[in-house]
Design a protein around this ligand. Structure first.
Ligand code: FVH
Length: 288
């Protein structure tokens, strides 16, 4: 179904420009505003309207998408602006606490508020590969869902405004852990003369295989019960010791394997050596 709802984009950095361009491609009348007005030139040539002020931009339609450097910039820019009656979708990166605080701040000023997180790079915006997470009142998401889908795969996570930010950082933890594990292996194999390109198909197969374990392990985590169906943590810890020894023998960095082994050793010392790997949730779930 055709959707030509007007949209406003506030913030035309690398990401904001991509968001505005995707709305224009989808046929939405698009109003833009940026502190440095020249960043709107190409969008204006493609049909966007450059608002002379933030208030004018907010007045252009019911939905304003905000994409600035950080939450401080959002508050500095929009405090005192005419946001009442509008729905703000804030796609600026920040913490869950900042998201919840921004929701209170916007609602006190008469605006509806959805927080969001963009799990994509600017070139993916406007394709289904661009996953965009939203959290806040479901009704506000549903009211603008078909418009937000012009940006990518629009996903609603729940009413808690902090959820999009939490999923964002959980995703980063996953991404950096996988990349670091791959680099660890690449460093070890390189010491034996194997280049990264040769090692990588093996690493990819392993990553896909391990991803397949997650639903079963999630059941153990959610139940708080960790029967050793495949291997005990003690068995894993012995393999971790080999990994550490091998790194030291090769002369490559052993910090990451040592961290993994230290966590497993603590869980074993607490009496969990006969249980399965996901029992380590008890180590991850508390501060050090
Ligand atoms: N670029 C990316 O790939 C990532 C993907 C994941 C999520 N992020 C987040 O998106 C936010 C914006 O990122 P960006 O890449 O567009 O960033 P910049 O190109 O640096 O643009 C920043 C815009 O913010 C404006 N701005 C900053 N401070 C203020 C302020 N005090 N008042 C008004 N505007 C402000 C800036 O304006 P200008 O410098 O052009 O005048 C830009 O429009 C970010 O949270 C990422 O983490 C992107």
């Amino acid at each position: 179904m055709e959707n030509n709802a007007p949209v406003t984009i506030i913030g035309l950095g690398l990401m904001g420009q991509a968001l505005a361009a995707a709305f224009l491609r989808a046929g939405h009348p698009t109003t833009v505003w940026n502190r440095t007005a020249a960043k709107a030139d190409r969008l204006v040539a493609d049909g966007a309207r450059l608002a002379p002020s933030v208030d004018d931009a907010l007045a252009a339609g019911p939905l304003a998408v905000i994409c600035l450097t950080d939450y401080q910039a959002v508050h500095d820019l929009l405090d005192g602006s005419g946001m009442a009656g509008r729905t703000l979708v804030n796609l600026t990166s920040g913490s869950s606490a900042q998201a919840r605080e921004a929701a209170r701040w916007a609602e006190q000023r008469g605006a509806r508020y959805l927080d969001g997180a963009i799990m994509a790079i600017p070139t993916a915006i406007g394709t289904t590969d661009a996953v965009i997470l939203h959290s806040g009142p479901r009704a506000d998401f549903d009211a603008h869902r078909s418009t937000l889908e012009a940006l990518g795969t629009a996903t609603h996570l729940g009413a808690d405004h902090g959820l999009a930010s939490l999923y964002d950082v959980a995703g980063l933890a996953m991404m950096w852990s996988i990349l670091s594990a791959w680099l660890q292996g690449a460093a070890m194999l390189r010491a034996a003369g194997v280049d990264a390109a040769t090692y990588t198909p093996f690493a990819q197969r392993l990553a896909v295989g391990v991803a397949g374990w997650l639903p079963g392990y999630a059941t153990q985590v959610d139940r708080g019960s960790f029967p050793a169906e495949v291997a005990t943590l003690e068995t894993d810890a012995r393999a971790m010791a080999h990994l550490v020894e091998e790194c030291l023998a090769l002369g490559v960095n052993a910090e990451l394997p040592e961290l993994l082994k230290a966590m497993a050793d603590r869980a074993i010392a607490a009496g969990h050596g006969g249980e399965q790997y996901p029992v380590l949730i008890q180590e991850f779930a508390k501060p050090r």
